[in-house]
Design a protein around this ligand. Structure first.
Ligand code: HPA
Ligand code: ZN
Length: 319
């Protein structure tokens, strides 16, 4: 991508390439059920979101130290700058790492060291977003969020991820209210596998500033009208949607319909090490599939900058 672009939907743990997983497993003495690269790679054929999440959570068990987080953040940013990314809003799953005995300080200081290095080396600006698991009780999210706030950890916002069906946003109403009261940005995955109703809940009950994925909004014309009117950003991840079979093929991906409806969509990579490519590959896939014009590509890139949590002067520099 020659156009300046912001990566707004990227899970740090989803940038762990198979080679890095095996290297870290060896380094940290973590035993994985798939000890060779061939056996590990054979696990990457997903039937739905849950089948991916099972592998994703198992693999991230190799992350054991602040230095690991620093190293994988730097590795990601090295790759991101090669695909033209100028600003990153990085997700991480605190619950996964606390479960293994790491502290919030270790995880966040490691990631921050990588982000600061990316800023110094390539001028890539950043925000950091802690995503809570919707399959875990809201009390767990609340406890971690209170610690993040009280101990003044360097996070800029919260999100909501993991298994979607059966875990409606309403469960996290108090968590998001507390985050907003404390000046944090708020986003949520909604309408990936879950129904359009979850997008409505995320907007009305969680008062999110962006919807991650959101592709199922098209099933509710009144919701589409609202999203267009309010210009709510939707962070769409095309390769993820195909690999997790939320859509059958790229040809059936709703991106063009979303653009034509006037929705504020931008393109992102979700878990690039799992879904077949980084931001450049996601752009290439939709440009090729939908024969997107230069103007349409520019709209997608511009939407990513406008939907970011950069302040207005920093956005202007990229627009
Ligand atoms: N959906 C929900 N949770 C996730 C995803 C996703 O696409 N990627 C990583 N955690
Ligand atoms: Zn995601």
């Amino acid at each position: 991508m020659k156009l300046p672009v912001a990566e707004l939907h990227i899970h740090l743990e989803g940038t762990l390439e198979p080679e890095a997983i095996l290297r870290l497993a060896g380094q940290n003495n973590v035993e994985l059920p798939w000890p060779s690269i061939q056996e590990l790679r054979a696990q990457y054929d997903f039937s739905n979101l849950q089948s991916f999440l099972d592998l994703f959570y198992a693999n991230m068990a190799v992350l054991r130290t602040a230095a690991d987080f620093h190293q994988i953040t730097t590795a990601y940013l090295t790759r991101a700058q090669a695909s033209g990314v100028r600003h990153v809003e990085l997700f991480f799953d605190p619950q996964a790492h606390l479960e293994r005995g790491l502290t919030l300080a270790e995880v966040i200081s490691g990631i921050r060291a990588g982000l600061d290095e990316g800023l110094a080396r390539w001028g890539i600006t950043h925000r950091l977003i802690a995503c809570f698991w919707r399959h875990a009780p809201a009390e767990s999210a609340m406890e971690i969020l209170r610690t993040l706030v009280q101990e003044k950890h360097a996070v800029d916002g919260i999100g909501l991820d993991s298994s979607e069906l059966g875990y409606p946003p309403v469960l996290f109403r108090e968590v998001f209210a507390y985050a907003r009261e404390n000046g944090l940005h708020v986003v949520a995955h909604a309408g990936e596998e879950g129904p359009a109703e979850y997008i409505v809940q995320a907007l009305d009950l969680l008062k999110v500033e962006r919807i991650d994925h959101g592709i199922r909004c098209l099933e509710d014309p009144a919701l589409v009208e609202r999203l267009v009117k309010e210009q709510v950003p939707l962070t769409v991840c095309p390769l993820s949607n195909v690999r997790l079979r939320t859509v059958d093929t790229m040809a059936e991906h709703p991106l063009r319909r979303m653009l034509e409806a006037g929705l504020k969509v931008s393109i992102h990579s979700d878990d690039p090490a799992y879904f077949g490519g980084y931001l450049d590959a996601n752009f290439a896939a939709v440009i090729g599939q939908f024969d997107l014009s230069r103007e349409e590509q520019a709209v997608l890139a511009r939407n990513s900058i406008e939907a970011s949590f950069l302040d207005a002067p920093a956005k202007d520099l990229l627009l």
